[in-house]
Design a protein. Structure first.
Length: 265
C-alpha cells in the first residue's frame, strides 16, 4: 500500500510482543525475531518512498504473578453493590459507594461520597499487591472522568476487574470476549478454556443455533505479564527509535511527533 498509494502518514501495529508477553512466562526469542522481520518489511517499504520511520512502543511488559481483585475488596467492605439474576451478578456502579475500573497495573477508584474517600484509601493501601493509592492530580490524571483515587499495583501485581466472590455467580459475559460490559481490561481473553469447547460453539454457530462463545477462563493466575506502573529498569519501559533528538520525557513526545510531521523545507 505504501509503495502504490504513498500516503502522507501510515500507522502499522505489530502485536507480536504484546499479547504473547502477557500470556507466556518467558520471552520467546523466536517471537522477537518474527517482529523484527515484520518491522523490516515495513521499514524497507517506507524507505523506498522516502518516508521517515519512527518505531514506538507504548509500554514495556513486566513479569507478574499476583492478581489483585480490587473490586472484590470493595465488595467485601459493602461498598460495591450488585444485582443478582439468571445471568449472574451484575455490578451496579450507580448504587455503589465505591467501585474500580481496572487497567493492567492501574485502577481508577470511584467513590460516591467524599467522606468515604479516606476510609477507602486506607483499606486499599492495606491490601496486598497494592503499592500506593494516590489522588489523580499527583499523576496528572485529574480529568472529569477520573476516579476519586488511583490505585497502583506492586511491580509483580496487576488488577482484575472481577467483582463476584464466587465463580458460580460470575456474569454470563465473564467467560466471553466482551470489552464493553466488563468494568476493566481482561487479559484472560488472551486464553481459551479448551479447543474442544470452542469447536463445539463454532459447530452451534454453523448449525444456526443460538450460542455464547464462553471459552474464556476465569483464572487470573494465568496472566504472566502486565504494565502500567513506572518500571524500575528503563529497559522495561516504552521506547522511541527515530530521527532527530528523541524526547527525554515522554510528556514531550507529542512535540516530537509534530516535528516529524512538519513539512520538509
Amino acid at each position: 500500500m505504501m509503495r502504490e498509494k504513498q500516503p502522507q502518514l501510515t500507522l502499522c501495529y505489530l502485536p507480536h510482543l504484546d499479547y504473547d508477553f502477557q500470556r507466556l512466562p518467558d520471552h520467546d526469542p523466536a517471537r522477537v525475531a518474527e517482529v523484527d522481520a515484520a518491522a523490516a518489511k515495513v521499514i524497507q517499504a517506507a524507505g523506498e518512498i522516502g518516508a521517515r520511520v519512527v518505531v514506538v512502543s507504548e509500554y514495556g511488559l513486566v513479569p507478574v504473578d499476583a492478581p489483585v481483585g480490587i473490586n472484590q475488596v470493595l465488595r467485601r467492605n459493602d461498598w460495591l453493590k450488585v444485582r443478582r439474576g439468571p445471568f449472574g451478578e451484575i455490578m451496579l456502579p450507580g448504587e455503589s459507594d465505591a467501585f474500580a475500573v481496572a487497567d493492567h497495573q492501574l485502577a481508577h477508584v470511584y467513590v460516591r461520597r467524599p467522606e468515604l474517600i479516606p476510609t477507602v484509601r486506607k483499606t486499599l493501601e492495606e491490601t496486598p499487591g497494592i503499592a500506593s493509592v494516590v489522588d489523580p492530580g499527583e499523576l496528572q490524571l485529574d480529568h472529569p472522568r477520573s476516579g476519586e483515587l488511583i490505585a497502583l499495583a506492586e511491580p509483580n501485581a496487576w488488577f482484575t476487574y472481577y467483582y463476584w466472590l464466587d465463580d458460580a455467580n460470575a456474569p454470563d459475559f465473564a467467560p466471553t470476549v466482551d470489552i464493553h460490559r466488563k468494568p476493566g481490561y481482561d487479559p484472560c481473553e488472551l486464553f481459551m478454556t479448551s479447543k474442544l469447547r470452542a469447536a463445539a460453539r463454532l459447530a452451534q454457530k454453523k448449525a444456526g443455533l443460538r450460542y455464547k462463545m464462553d471459552v474464556i477462563p476465569l483464572d487470573p493466575t494465568l496472566v504472566r505479564g502486565s504494565h502500567g506502573v513506572l518500571p524500575t529498569d528503563h529497559s522495561d519501559g516504552p521506547l522511541v527509535i527515530g530521527p532527530g533528538e528523541p524526547p527525554e520525557n515522554m510528556q514531550d513526545f507529542p512535540s516530537y511527533v509534530e516535528q516529524l510531521l512538519a513539512p520538509s523545507s
